[in-house]
Every structure is written in C-alpha cells, then in structure tokens.
Design a protein around this ligand. Structure first.
Ligand code: MCN
Length: 789
C-alpha cells in the first residue's frame, strides 16, 4: 500500500514504557491528596445491620469515614448499566457503597479517608460492621431455582432471557429428521482478568470546587466521564477524565467502577484531592470477572456431517450486580455459535442469572471465545460421530469463499472471508500428517505419552460497531469514533484520537497511517489520546474496534486535510484543483513535474493565511466522526499439539500454530504481538485459570499464588502466519486483531487434549484441564474398562 503501513515498525511508546518513564495512576504525585481505603464485605451475602466508624475516625490521620447510607445523597442515580438487553430485564439498584445488603465478598460497605495509605488501611480494619449472614448463591442451576434470592426485591434471580430464534421452525424440523445429532454441555469457568496494573484512581477538584479531574486506569475515559457526570449530578463540562499510561485491561477496565465514583464523591464532599489504589486481592474480588457460563449446544447434521441446524441454550452468570455491559456479553457471542460454517438454521437463548459472586463483564473476546469454544468443540464431537477427521468436518461445512458477503442464519452480513487457505497453511505449519502418523505410532507402541492434535477454525465479529446495530441490540451508546488531524505550521502532524490504548500500540499505528497519507515520517506525528480535555469525543478501546473504527477515522481526517491543502496549492499555483496530482506529501501539476508544492509548505501558508482562496479559514485541521457500516470479521485456524502423560495427567503443549486473517495489516509486528498475547490468555483458560468459590461464597483464588496466571516458562514458542483478506467495510481494508488469539486458542487446546485421550473413550474434560482432572478422568476410564472386562 505504501511506505510504512505494512512494515514491522517498533512501537514508539515502548521506550517510555520499558524505561520507567511512563506515568501510571499510582505514579501521579498530588500534594495533599488523601488516601481512600474501602471496607469490603467478608460475606458473600449478608444484611448490613449497622456500620460503626467511630473507632476508625478516632485514629490519627483519619479525615473521614462513611457508610453506604452516609454517602447515599451523593448519588443522583445508581451505578450505570448501559446494556438493558430486554425491555423487562431485572437490574437491582446498585450503589457504589452497599446499603442494607452486601451481595458478594468484596462488595464495598464503608470507606475511610486518611492522610496516608497506611492510616487509611489500618483505620479501615477498625470499622465495625454488624452483619447477619444470608445463604450464598454460587451454583448457576441452583440460582435458577430461586431457592435463595440474591436480591429479595426482584423476586427472582433471573435478570433476563434473550432469544435469537430466526428459524425456530426450521431448527425443530432439522433436529427431528437429522441422521446425526450432537448434544454437548460445556462449562465456561469464571476467569479473573489480572492485568499487570491493578486499578487506581486520583481525583483532583478545582480549588473552588465544582470542577473535577479524574485520573483513572481505565480503557474508557470518554464513557467514564459521561457516566460519572450523570451518576453524580455533575455538569459534563465540569468533569475531565484522563487515562494516563494504563498497564493492560483486557476488557476489565471497560467499566464504571464504584471506586471511581466514590473518589469523585469524596473529593466533592471533602474538597480535597483523593486517591485510591487497588491491591491484588482487591483486584481479584472487586474488578469484574470474565466468562462464567453453562453452554448447551446441539448440532443436527446430515449423513455426511454437513450441519443443518445449531441450537444453543446458555445460562450466564451475571454475578451480584449488572455492571456497565454485563448482560450484553453473552449476546456478543450469540451471533457466532455457527462459527465459520454455512449453517442453514439457528436458534439461541440465554438466561442471565444473579449469584452472590463478583459481577462478570467484558474479558478479552467477551462472549465470542465462549461461542467459538462451544462450536469448535461440538464440531470435533460431530467428526467423531460421523467418523471423519476434524479437518474434513470443517472443510465440509466452511462458508465457501464465493459466498461473501455472506448472510448468516444468525443475522450477520459477513463482509469478506476465505477460510480454507488459513486452514491449509495452519496444517502445513503444524506438519499435520506427520503428527497424526506419530500419534498412531505411539498408540500402536502402547506409549503412556499420548499425542493429541486440536484444531480451532474461527470467525469473529469485532470492530464495535455500527451505531444502528448497537441500537437494535438495545445498547445505549453509539459505535462511531472521532479523530482530528492537524498539519502544524512546521509540517509536523498532530493526531487526536478518541481511542484509548492500554497496550495496543495506537500511537505507532495511527502515526503510520497519518505518515503514509501525508508523506511524513511516523516520528513527525504526535498522537494525543485518553484525555477528555484534549479529545472531547471518543468511544474508547474495546471490542477490537480501535483500528477499524478509530484508525479509519484518522485515515479519513487525513483525506480531508489533503483535500483542503489541494485547494490552497491550486490557488497558489494558479491552476485548477483538478489539474493536480497527489503523491504523499506533494502536489504536482499534471504534465509539469517541476511545478509542485510540498504539503509542509502548504501548512505554513495555511497558518500565515496571507494568500488563501477567498472565504477559506486558516490552518489545516480537520475532524471526522466515523460510524462504520458493518462489523469486521477476522478469521483463521489455530492448531495445537499436546502430549498428555497418562501416569501424571500432565499436559505439555508441544507446538502451537496460528494462522490469522485480520485483513490489511498496519503493523505486522503489533499484529503478531496481539496474537501472541491473546493465545496465551486462551491457553490459560484451557490449562490454568479458574476463579474458584467455596460453598460459602469465598473466592479461594484471590491471590496470584492460588490463581494460576501463566508465565513465559509455561509456554512453547508459537508459530504464527497470516492470510490477507481485506474488509470491504472500511477504506484501508482492515479488521481487528486484539482478541483473535483469545478466541481461537481455548478450543484448539481442549480439542487436542480430548484427541490425546481418545483411546480412553474420554470426550470432555472441564476447564482448566489440570493434571489432577486429567489423571482422574483417566483413572475413571480405566475403572470403567475394568468393570466391563
Ligand atoms: N492492528 C494492525 N493491523 C490490523 C489489526 C490491528 O496493525 N489489521 C493493530 C492496531 O493498529 C492496534 C492493535 O493492532 O495497534 C490492536 O488493534 P484492534 O484489533 O483494533 O484492537 P484495539 O486496539 O481496539 O484493542 C482492543 C483489544 C481488546 S478488545 C482487548 S481485550 C485487548 C487487546 O486489544 N486488551 C489488551 N489487546 C491488548 N493488548 C494489551 N497489551 N493489553 C490489553 O489490555
């Protein structure tokens, strides 16, 4: 396409991140700021009879302490949920500090404000809360029974039931007559996002009060600003939100959190700057969790394994409350349970249910890893039933390359795709036939080291999103993105974006886009972001949307700058604008190569405004608000090879191959990094991670000693490659890549494990597939064989 786009440029943000120069929330020094400590419920469910803060208040250095009731007057509205997925969705009233009832371990019940962190934390331990414990609601099916209600006032634990049943009749018919029916239940365990930087907030009021600047480790400064203004009754013009450097979020920082609202409320009440930093255990308890679903999936297929219908029923764990987009997360997957296959008939129903656990919400992939997991595991089950190789079952069902744009039975228009080349390349890189041959050899030799190979072919829907579609899904905000591009008088470029990177490298990629368009070096482009005073409009970063929506906005704003510059060049060179050719950085008169004008010179002319066309405003600055016509649909195939030790249950990933297609790549190095990170998270779900609650509702995995986050040592090198199928839905042909690895990896690993265990007749293992679980399943299989003998 051009000079720098498509090249593996190193990230310009990395030197400051790697040398300690970057400033995270916790690094911000605000003289005189008070520290907030949160008193959290040790019970999963309890009536709060009273809160006594007197002992805490008597401590030296303590400035204030409040219960939920004390702060009630601060909230003009309860905590926001921006996705009421059905008209009759039940949403319990939720305030930042609980009043009357605590609904999960970690629910805030009081706050202490002190001159130092240690004073705040010590005093928080002296707050006496009188609780009457209530029974916990942990199990999803138990929750559905309404035996114990999480929120008495709702009269049920069911928040909503959402259906997508475009072909109900066809689905029923297919299941009545199909020669092959696959019926599977999969459990999506809860995950704890565990970003490297936990959350943190600093709020600085203006000296006279009334204006507030919030620094927060957030993915969504713009949405947070609006929601804070609404919840606290502060005029939007008086609220500024800044996300400084943010150490990862993976969806968990796409939220409006109690602590953010508490800090603004306290700054307002005390007229002092306040700060709060989240500890690692607080992070496990009070930052949203991901996944948490029971998935029932059924496939009806003809004699050749061609799928005729897919029927899906989900129970999704909302946790104790609905956070910003909690109820919508399963819906993001609802459109993808047909995978990358040509499925004639489809039905989906999801029930969201409350439990006395940490609220769930977005976590890398948000609904789409769950969908991909279910369909890819079920396709392997179908392959077993039909008696064909998992590769063959996929080929028989892929949407053919000439069918795009493809209208899926779930209602999507998948704009472009070409699934077989990615599969072929992944098989080639994995050495598929050789792996199968070795598997056969080992089995024949009676080896106790079982080889397994697993596939995952996926398509995802990202780039959130056309605003009209979001409206149809009852999401309250839009899906556009804003950008401003300024060509400064010296020829340097300033880009202002509404996206809010927290590890994705937007400064590099947006610089590359602007550089190629304007004919400058990426080093000459400055990208400004994540401060609502600098970029007043934005919909922020999540849903692998930033490039295809925000990057496209940058591209379109540069086009506008070039258009205006062309008029100036034409005016000054006394030719018609139609007589000018543009090559990045220079306008040349057609047929007269020596008559040209550089964009930098035009920028200076626009600045001095000495000789502009009549009526033209000075300066070269243009803005765009881009609302995409469609999602983007990256796809690919991942192949995982594992070795399972029959004697210990230990699983080793021997090889991992990923072939992804995210359309045109702006920076292949960043694409590869995104894929790597996503794969590790996906593999971690398969092998390591699980938020475990005991029957009283205690989170027993609330430290990193108990919750197994993988390290580099746990993982082999990855082999990655790409195919390129541009998206026709945006001018650069780009698709998102931020979540693909997490979406594809989990089923590839689990399919490989189940494949390795085929000789034992094992067809499923709950995630994470720990050595203990695998070993136990093998022992049970041995025992059953023994009985049969
Ligand atoms: N890119 C590219 N060419 C493409 C696609 C993407 O060069 N065809 C580049 C983009 O320019 C951008 C990066 O890859 O620099 C990711 O782009 P995109 O897919 O648009 O995703 P977003 O920038 O919107 O990032 C969100 C996505 C999500 S949803 C999660 S979750 C996630 C992820 O990004 N969380 C992350 N990657 C993460 N990476 C880090 N380090 N930390 C997180 O918290």
């Amino acid at each position: 396409m051009s000079a720098v786009v498509g090249t593996p440029l190193r990230r310009k943000e990395d030197p400051r991140l790697l040398t300690g120069e970057a400033r995270f929330v916790d690094d911000l020094k605000v003289p005189g700021a008070l520290t907030v400590a949160i008193v959290r419920s040790p019970y999963a469910h309890a009536t709060i009879n009273s809160v006594d803060t007197s002992a805490a208040l008597a401590q030296r250095g303590v400035v204030a302490a409040f219960s939920g009731a004390d702060l009630r007057s601060e909230w003009g509205a309860p905590m926001p949920c921006a996705w009421p997925v059905t008209e009759d969705m039940k949403n319990p009233e939720h305030f930042p500090v609980a009043i009357g009832t605590a609904c999960y371990v970690g629910d805030a019940v009081a706050v202490v404000v002190a001159e130092s962190e240690s004073a705040a934390e010590d005093a928080a331990e002296l707050v006496v809360v009188d609780y009457t414990p209530l029974p916990a609601v942990i199990d999803l099916e138990d929750a559905l029974s309404d035996r114990v209600l999480v929120h008495e006032a709702l009269g049920t634990n069911r928040s909503y039931t959402w259906e997508l049943t475009p072909d109900a009749g066809l689905v029923e018919e297919a299941f009545e007559h199909a020669p092959h029916i696959v019926k599977e239940r999969y459990l999506q365990q809860r995950l704890i996002p565990s970003a490297m930087e936990t959350r943190g907030v600093v709020v600085v009021p203006s000296p006279m009060g009334g204006d507030y600047t919030m620094y927060s480790a957030t993915q969504i400064p713009h949405i947070l600003k609006i929601m804070t203004a609404l919840t606290l009754g502060i005029p939007e013009t008086k609220m500024r939100v800044v996300a400084p450097s943010v150490g990862g979020g993976f969806g968990s920082k796409l939220n409006v959190y109690a602590e953010e609202l508490i800090c603004v409320a306290l700054a307002r009440r005390l007229r002092r700057a306040v700060r709060w930093s989240e500890g690692r255990t607080e992070n496990a308890q009070a930052t949203v969790h991901g996944r948490g679903q029971i998935q029932d999936i059924e496939l009806a297929a003809d004699a050749n394994g061609k799928v005729l219908a897919v029927r899906v029923k989900l129970v999704a764990d909302m946790g104790a409350y609905l956070q910003l987009v909690t109820p919508g997360i399963p819906l993001l997957g609802a459109f993808l349970y047909g995978g990358c296959y040509d499925i004639p008939a489809y039905s989906f129903v999801c029930t969201g249910v409350f439990t006395t656990k940490t609220p769930t919400d977005a976590y890398r992939g948000a609904g789409r890893p769950e969908a991909t997991y279910a369909v890819e595991r079920a396709m392997d089950a179908l392959a077993r039933k039909v008696g064909v190789d998992p590769v063959e079952i996929r080929r028989r069902n892929f949407v053919p390359s000439d069918a795009f744009p493809y209208n899926s039975s779930a209602g999507l228009v998948v704009d472009s795709g070409d699934y077989e080349p990615a599969l072929d390349r992944a098989l080639e890189l994995a050495g598929y036939p050789a792996v199968r041959a070795e598997q056969d050899q080992r089995r024949a030799a009676g080896s106790t080291k079982h080889l397994g190979v697993g596939l995952s072919s996926y398509v995802e829907m990202c780039g959130l999103a056309p605003s009209r579609v979001l409206s149809a899904l009852r999401y309250v905000a839009g899906g556009w993105e804003a950008a401003t591009v300024r060509l400064l008088p010296t020829g340097k470029v300033q880009v202002v974006t509404g996206t809010s990177p927290h590890g994705q490298g937007h400064e590099t990629c947006w610089s590359m886009i602007a550089a190629d368009q304007l004919g400058v070096s990426p080093d000459d482009v400055e990208v400004l972001h994540s401060d609502t005073a600098i970029s007043p409009y934005g919909m922020d970063t999540y849903g692998s949307r930033s490039l295809s929506v925000g990057g496209t906005a940058v591209y379109l704003a540069t086009e506008k700058v070039i258009e205006k510059a062309k008029l100036i060049a034409a005016h000054q060179m006394e030719v018609s604008a139609d007589d000018l050719d543009y090559a990045p950085g220079t306008f040349t008169v057609k047929g007269s190569p020596d008559r040209s004008m550089a964009l930098g010179a035009i920028a200076f002319e626009a600045f001095t405004a000495h000789n502009l066309p009549d009526g033209m405003e000075p300066n070269l600055e243009e803005s765009t608000h881009w609302d995409p016509p469609n999602f983007t649909f990256p796809f690919g195939t991942h192949v995982c090879v594992v070795e399972v030790d029959e004697e210990t249950g230990r699983i080793e990933v021997l090889k991992y191959v990923a072939v992804d297609d995210c359309g045109t790549q702006i920076n292949p190095l960043i694409v590869e990094g995104q894929v790597h990170g996503g794969i590790v998270q996906g593999v971690a779900q398969a092998l390591f991670e699980e938020a475990i609650y005991d029957s009283d509702g205690n989170l027993v995995t609330s430290t990193l000693a108990d919750y197994l986050v993988p390290s580099a040592a746990d993982f082999p090198g990855m082999v990655t490659d790409t195919t390129v199928t541009p998206s026709p839905s945006n001018p650069m042909g780009v698709k998102g890549v931020g979540e693909t690895g997490a979406i594809a990896a989990t089923p590839a690993v689990m399919n490989a494990i189940v494949d390795a265990l085929a000789p034992f007749g094992i067809t499923d293992i709950d995630m994470p597939a720990t050595p203990q679980r695998v070993w136990t399943a093998i022992q049970q299989a041995h025992a059953q064989k023994g009985v049969a003998r």
